[in-house]
Design a protein around this ligand. Structure first.
Ligand code: T1G
Length: 682
């Protein structure tokens, strides 16, 4: 028996324990270990029943995703399908009980469904999250799940990929019982209880499959939801196709269809990009000079500076009320939470807090004033964080006597929705302060990405030129809608100009005015947005910006803006021309890439994946394209660099390719191979 899979006997019950920390991933070695255990059980006439259980913190969290890369890169030729092994387990003559704790995800749930019974701790979760990796269940999950939970639930689980709590899994028939206390004890007892009973094979059940007539509307609705909610993603539609096949074809035939769809998804660029994003979210948590075991500071009380108290409290209450309406929180839970918030107008009330987050207006003078106050009242060791989206952390810290406690915690609006937390280290920021904020981001269910200090940090320093290029395209003849639609069809959550209207065009306008003195002479500056702001068109909040908005903030093209643009550009002597969708996308996305390369080379971004994770979780970049740096690697840096040089020829030197891009493009290398880490100075 291998270390990864142990087979023991307890009270006549064969116990198969999977032990592959940290998440018992179903690697090919684990599958081989399970196969060996099953072979022994097949020969063991004395075994009254079988229990499968995971060692450590969880049942099986799925196939080993790391092995996919080897497969799709051709390092390993073929994949040992899990299906035959699951059929052997299902065909075992003694009842097989799957004992679940933590998570039974992907191949873990598929293994569990090949068992005859499934029990779980009430804290467990089950799910088929494969679509989040751009694939579909590949071990008959799309075939067995509908037979246990019905077509509609299986569609929801496989096409959306969200986990299901044990309680709901019991309700839908995925689980047979919830147990409290020690899981193995509960499992053995349950196994003995069913030992004499029949061993119901999931693949032979069909009572929940429905008829084509009954299912037609369900499939149509699922496809429509997938096209809307998971725009551009292939895998959700493939999962629906596989389940539909399962509701119409015999099990074995439908499994072949699943295999075909699975393989197509696995070798798709979308899946490679989404797997990059999966591991990227884990990679960004690793800071080269801040070791995992770095002690962190306790954060039990936090002060927030900047909210207009009444308006701030009102939006907190509104957000909580929405969460209760959606059934995410109970009213009692919300009442408890609201009791923890204490509004004040008195800085001295911050004397005892562990951390303060400043979120006042984007003015350096005002921020320095606030930080000198905080420095005066806050206890030694308190973390002084600023939510600035672009101003220098070092300059803000210079207003205090404790720059080692000052850090940037850049939340994204709406902060209760957006997952990204851009954590900005200043030159003096202490490592325990960094470690504490990285840990806090996880506690807040955010993705914390650490970046260095510069104007706009990583996200906004790239986003500024991206939006500037969008404005240049409008100046040169593209319509506002054409620019936004091109990026929307590329997969961005929203076009660059509509995003400006959402955030408020005046925010950028004030910053541009405050830093006009820093603009290099002779460098072309976008001017239309400033002109719109001078007319009071700040976007959604004023009912007009690049678009005009109705009372529900629904946008529509504004012919007046198109006229103004024609007037302003002809007055500025800017010739206008037809511009292709391809050019619009390349100019906007390659601007991101070029600035990203500079940030990597300067060490402001630690790795290319950090930039990707920032753009996927803070700027609506499509996850199935992996992020701007991954996308550039997929296109090929040589090709990207050549295209940027052409833009430089055509439009101007702000398009000069970043040295790193030139170098890596010239060497046939990728951003993924480059590490921006240059030591603590960065
Ligand atoms: N394969 C390989 N490594 C994995 C892994 C997996 N399935 N899941 C987690 N890891 C690594 C992860 O990279 C990290 O590594 C460490 O484990 C801890 O993870 C046949 C084809 C289970 C909810 O999509 O959702 O089955 O950074 O930090 O926050 O049809 O991990 O420490 O080096 O995320 O407690 C389907 C993926 C696979 C589930 C735990 N399964 N995992 O979250 O820990 S496809 C999934 C998760 C499949 C079948 C198909 C989460 C978790 P490192 P962590 P966590």
């Amino acid at each position: 028996m291998s270390d990864l899979v142990q087979l023991t006997k307890m009270d006549g019950v064969a116990v198969v324990t999977i032990n592959n920390p940290p998440v018992n991933a179903l690697s090919s070695a684990v599958s081989a270990g399970i196969a060996a255990a099953v072979a022994q059980i097949e020969k063991d006439d004395a075994a009254r029943a079988v229990v499968f259980i995971g060692a450590g913190r969880t049942f099986i969290a799925g196939a080993d995703i790391k092995e996919f890369g080897e497969l799709t890169s051709g390092k390993i030729i073929c994949r040992e399908s899990l299906k035959p092994l699951l059929l052997r387990i299902e065909d075992l003559r003694t009842p097989v009980v799957m004992a679940i704790h933590g998570t039974a995800f992907g191949g873990g749930l598929e293994l569990a469904m090949a068992g005859h019974y499934r029990i779980a701790l009430s804290s467990a979760q089950v799910g088929q999250p494969e679509v989040k990796l751009g694939i579909i269940p590949g071990a008959a999950g799309t075939q067995r799940l509908p037979r246990l939970a019905g077509v509609a639930k299986a569609l929801e689980m496989c096409a959306e990929g969200s986990p299901v709590k044990a309680e709901d899994a019991l309700k839908f028939g995925i689980l047979d019982r919830l147990v409290e206390g020690d899981l193995l004890t509960g499992a053995i007892a349950f196994a003995k209880e069913v030992a004499a009973k029949a061993a119901p094979k999931t693949r032979e059940r069909s009572e929940k499959l429905g008829t084509p007539e009954q299912n037609a509307a369900i499939f149509a609705a699922a496809r429509e939801t997938a096209r809307k909610k998971q725009r551009g993603l292939l895998a959700p539609l493939a999962a629906i196709d596989a389940i539909e096949a399962g509701s119409q074809l015999p099990f074995d035939e439908a499994c072949k269809k699943e295999e075909e769809l699975f393989t197509k998804c696995l070798f798709s660029d979308q899946s490679k990009a989404l797997i990059h994003a999966f591991f990227g979210e884990r990679e960004v948590a690793k800071i080269p000079d801040v070791p995992k075991e770095m002690p962190t500071l306790g954060v039990d009380s936090v002060g927030i500076v900047g909210a207009a108290l009444d308006r701030g409290l009102a939006s907190i209450q509104k957000n909580y009320a929405n969460s209760v309406k959606r059934g995410r929180f109970t009213q009692r839970f919300v009442d408890e939470r609201l009791k923890l918030i204490r509004p004040t107008l008195d800085y001295s009330e911050f004397a005892g807090v562990d951390m303060v987050v400043e979120a006042v207006f984007e003015s350096m003078a005002l921020k320095k004033e606030v930080f000198s106050q905080l420095d005066r009242v806050c206890k030694p060791g308190a973390i002084l964080a600023t939510n600035t989206s672009s101003l220098s952390i070092d300059e803000i810290a210079s207003a205090t006597s404790r720059p080692q406690s000052v850090i940037g915690t850049h939340f994204f609006s709406p902060a209760n929705v957006m997952r990204l937390l851009e954590i900005v280290r200043g030159a003096a920021t202490g490592k325990e302060v960094i470690a504490t904020c990285m840990q806090l981001s996880k506690k807040l269910s955010k993705v914390g990405v650490l970046v260095g200090n510069c104007m706009g940090f990583v996200g906004n320093r790239m986003f500024g030129p991206y939006r500037r290029e969008a404005q240049f395209l409008v100046e040169e003849g593209a319509s506002v809608e054409a620019v936004d639609n091109a990026l929307y069809e590329f997969g961005m959550a929203m076009g660059p100009l509509a995003t400006g209207d959402l955030a408020g065009l005046d925010v950028g306008w004030r910053i541009r005015k405050e830093f006009r003195h820093l603009q290099k002479p002779g460098i072309r500056q976008a001017f239309i947005e400033d002109r719109l702001c001078e007319l009071g068109r700040f976007g959604q909040k004023t009912g007009a910006g690049w678009y005009k908005y109705d009372e529900n903030r629904r946008p529509s093209p504004d012919p007046q803006v198109a006229d103004l643009i024609r007037q302003w550009t002809s007055a500025a002597g800017i010739p206008r021309r037809q511009i292709s969708v391809e050019e619009i996308v390349e100019r906007c996305i390659y601007t991101l890439v070029n600035e990203g390369a500079r940030l990597l080379e300067e060490g402001i971004a630690l790795r290319a994946v950090d930039i990707d994770i920032i753009y996927l979780n803070g700027y609506g970049f499509p996850a199935y394209r992996g992020g701007p740096m991954w996308y550039a690697d997929a296109v090929g840096l040589k090709k990207v660099c050549e295209r940027i040089r052409e833009f430089q020829q055509c439009f101007g030197n702000w398009w000069e390719p970043a040295p790193l891009l030139q170098r890596l493009g010239g060497q046939g290398k990728t951003f993924a191979e480059f590490s921006g880490w240059q030591g603590a100075a960065a």
